[in-house]
Write a protein that binds this ligand. Sequence first.
Ligand SMILES: CC(C)(COP(=O)(O)OP(=O)(O)OC[C@H]1O[C@@H](n2cnc3c(N)ncnc32)[C@H](O)[C@@H]1OP(=O)(O)O)[C@@H](O)C(=O)NCCC(=O)NCCS
Length: 416
Amino acid sequence: MSSDAPSYPVRPFTDEEAPAFAAQLDFGFHENPPQEAHDLWQGLLPRERSVAAFDGDELVSTGGDFPFELTVPGGVTVPAGGVTMITVKATHRRRGILTAMMRHQMHGWHERGDAPVGILLASEPAIYGRFGYALGVQHLSLTVPRGDNGLSAVAGSDKFRMRMVDPLEGYERCQEVVEANRLGRPGMMPRVGDGWRDAALADWEFARDGAGPLRCVLAEDADGTTVGFARYRVKEGYNNPARPECKVRVKDVYGRDLASYVAMWRFLCDLDLTSEVQAEVPADDPLTFLLADFRQAVPRLQDMLYVRIVDVDRALAARRYATAVDVVFELSDPFCPWNTGRWRLRGDADGAECSRTTDPADLVLGPRELGAAYLGGFSLGALGRAGRIEELRAGALAQASRAFVSDVAPFVPFGF
Ligand SMILES: CC(C)(COP(=O)(O)OP(=O)(O)OC[C@H]1O[C@@H](n2cnc3c(N)ncnc32)[C@H](O)[C@@H]1OP(=O)(O)O)[C@@H](O)C(=O)NCCC(=O)NCCS
């Protein structure tokens, strides 16, 4: 933005401005949700973490971030700002308003010290790279055909009792299964409180893409413990005179172990009158190895979570490392200048520290390279081979790459 361009002050919105904030969201995303959807999402957003820009009295942008606890490699968590509701009024685009909101947000996290990492789901991947966000998590999108190409049983997967429940009635039991998975997979986050429960179970017609209501099935073991669950919708399909072709759209599917996870999938793949099951799963999901004909599942990698390292020292010290690492890197970060400089990272599977140093650098990289590798979904080595990291000490890149890797692919459990 040039210095003589009009400026648009950026701040949290007030109660009186809530309707204008909601109206701009509808306008920006071309959606028409019911008022209760706005009430729910505005209620989840701590008001001081909301952000809007103003042209005089007119609210011309929306945004905010949710305070999340993000699982990172090593089974530990780090506070993360979950960026949400980003829009700029069509009449005010390309005047630097998104840039101002991004700056307000990242400077706020840094000054308050409450989010060393920012995360978001991007409507368009090209938007956020300039602010230091990088793709850090991919999901595998699968469309599994019903029938012979399906999923074989594994030991124990047929021993559970399957039970349909009202999604609200079953929610707490489902949450226990998610909790059992949470620290084992980078990218997971807890849903804390009634508001996040209501968001998980929201069933507004505008967001169903023509599918039916949300269903919930539980798997229980012999003593009644819930060991797996799936929440899904079915989109009806009776236009083919030869056969019914209803389509199962999975929202959540979890098991406490492989047998219970496979039990859920076998249930979903065998619903009468359906022709396919569509779901997003982790990139290393067991289905990759268990489906009889993986190609028929039309696997597609989907860009999912974008990660911004906001406070490099706190963010890198918060995670664990697969192998011992001791590396000095030179970071250039004009958008978050407090990160610029030389840092020494020392860490292993038990802990890590990252602090400023005057020692010579082993690697030269930017915040996007660290963001891409942070959750273990992409390797530093691959980024180096793509010309994104400069290695100044032979062997440093390979050492850092081995350390940053996660044995378990990251996964984002819900949209926000
Ligand atoms: C995306 C959006 C928020 C951008 O807001 P904006 O105020 O126009 O952005 P800025 O003026 O700060 O743009 C900063 C830079 O990003 C670029 N940019 C903005 N939107 C972009 C897009 N969709 N694709 C590629 N580049 C984009 C601008 O061209 C500008 O580049 P420059 O610095 O080289 O000039 C706005 O277009 C919008 O509301 N889109 C619809 C809703 C949406 O997609 N929201 C994102 C949800 S994750």
